[in-house]
Design a protein around this ligand. Structure first.
Ligand SMILES: Cc1cc2nc3c(=O)[nH]c(=O)nc-3n(C[C@H](O)[C@H](O)[C@H](O)COP(=O)(O)OP(=O)(O)OC[C@H]3O[C@@H](n4cnc5c(N)ncnc54)[C@H](O)[C@@H]3O)c2cc1C
Length: 435
């Protein structure tokens, strides 16, 4: 038994970790070590890839490329392949993954199981939209090949299916043409939420990537202060900038207390805001640090100290976006908690691929919170706002949403249940689905 944490590092329960390394023997491994959950690169924040006291099937050893058609941009690979390795293979050949989350260090299986989104959801949708086929290994020995045109019901259940329909062993992905490593970017400051929404919709026609950083400490409705932030937009370019080399650092130790706290939050946000406001004009920058700003500091999650942290990511529909986002930000500012990197982004009008996919048209807000006793009250308030607005929370980031909120906000849950593999369960599935 070994301790395993998720990205939020809230705890490190013991698990029997079974390394899957041979795609032809996954069925045997599941039969020999039943009742587990697949665990990819462990980049989900909460308890969806954990099974305390039980079995984890770790997939990072399923890391082989199987076939690559460089004329058509079709890649077949094992499910434990890390997205960055696909980019390293594909980009020099003129291709790219169409959808990349804010970290490249997730696996293909994890990206499918959460149907992840990137900063370009308005143009490219979610990861699942670009999966042509996948192979699912069930714990009863059955192997199911499915895709949008092949057993589509299994495909819809597995994309965004939280690892609960089986272990994804391999997948075929359609890549998109890439113009190279560089992006043309612009940073545009805004001083209230309405300005963010206006800027965001104006930007979406011409910019592939649109996302905003907000200063969660800036909102104070009693003093008439709205939220300020920086809208970051970027698009592919043929231009190149000065030579760029990836630099990776690792946080050397876990500090005894969270470095993100009421003392550090305001000065950091003020500094980030003023630096961003000076960075005006269009610039050419390397794509990786723009798209994955946190990947260069390995184990940055230790910044939050030994008690770990929560992320709260919601989406609310367009009709409620202004009022609900304002209410949430007011509640967060009043609590004095919040994160250095609070993110606001609109989702486009795209039909979801998975029965349980998180994205829906509207706006998504994501913030990290150090783990303090004040959080349950704040989260209960935020939950109420999200629910009243017709929104929902993202399971990839969740470690605490009440079951009742999940049931009320994921309307396809009943349709999803029959596809569950009875030999698979996680801490999250027991918390949110009852088994
Ligand atoms: C810094 C950072 C930024 C992020 N930004 C974004 C973002 O912009 N957009 C976004 O959508 N997400 C984002 N995420 C979340 C992340 O993309 C997802 O949690 C993703 O699922 C992590 O993949 P993983 O390989 O680490 O999976 P894990 O965390 O190990 O597992 C996640 C889920 O996938 C399942 N799973 C994993 N492999 C398989 C498999 N082979 N078969 C079946 N099920 C499997 C697990 O059972 C679990 O339910 C971010 C995470 C971090 C740490």
């Amino acid at each position: 038994m070994r301790p395993v944490s998720s990205w939020g590092r809230l705890d490190a329960p013991l698990h029997e970790v079974i390394e899957l390394t041979d795609r032809d023997r996954v069925a045997d491994a599941l039969a020999q070590h039943p009742s587990g959950i697949a665990h990819g690169a462990g980049r989900s924040y909460g308890d969806q890839a954990l099974n305390p006291g039980g079995v984890l099937w770790r997939t990072t050893g399923l890391d082989r490329f199987i076939a690559f058609d460089s004329a058509a941009g079709r890649l077949v690979c094992e499910a434990g392949v890390v997205l960055r390795d696909i980019q390293r293979l594909a980009m020099p050949r003129g291709w790219s993954l169409p959808v990349l989350p804010g970290t490249q260090l997730a696996t293909v299986g994890g990206a499918i199981a959460n149907d992840v989104h990137g900063k370009n959801h308005h143009t490219t949708g979610t990861f699942g939209e670009h999966v042509r086929r996948l192979r699912l290994q069930r714990t009863d020995g059955e192997s199911i090949d499915c895709g949008p045109d092949l057993r589509p019901d299994w495909f819809a259940a597995t994309v965004g299916g939280l690892g609960l329909t089986g272990v994804i062993v391999e997948a075929e992905l359609q890549l998109c043409p890439s113009r190279g490593l560089w992006l043309e970017t612009e940073t545009v400051p805004f001083d209230d939420l309405a300005a963010f929404f206006k800027l965001s919709s104006e930007s979406e026609a011409a910019w592939e990537h649109v996302v905003a950083w907000i200063d969660c400490t800036s909102m104070d409705s009693k003093r008439g202060r709205d939220v300020r932030g920086l809208l970051l937009r970027a698009r592919p370019t043929d231009a190149t900038g000065p030579a760029w080399h990836e630099r990776r650092r690792r946080l050397p130790l876990t500090p005894p207390l969270s470095l993100v706290n009421t003392l550090s939050l305001r000065p950091f946000n003020a500094l980030y805001s003023s630096l961003g406001r000076r960075r005006t004009g269009v610039r050419v920058v390397p794509g990786e640090p723009f798209l994955f700003p946190l990947d260069s500091l390995l184990e940055w999650n230790r910044l939050y100290g030994p008690r770990g942290f929560y992320q709260y990511q919601s989406v609310v529909p367009p009709t409620a976006r202004l009022d609900a986002t304002r209410e949430m930000l007011e509640a967060i500012a009043a609590s004095g908690e919040g994160s250095f990197l609070a993110v606001l982004k609109t989702f486009g009008e795209r039909p979801p691929v998975g029965l349980m996919s998180f994205p829906q048209p509207g706006v998504t807000l994501a913030l990290d919170f150090r783990n303090t006793p004040a959080l349950p009250a704040l989260f209960a308030r935020l939950d109420a706002i999200v629910r009243a607005a017709g929104g929902r929370l993202y399971p990839a980031k969740d470690a605490r949403m009440p079951r009742e909120l999940f049931e009320a906000t994921y309307p396809n849950l009943a349709a999803f249940r029959p596809f569950r593999d009875p030999g698979i369960s996680s801490a999250m599935s027991r918390r949110l689905l009852g088994s």
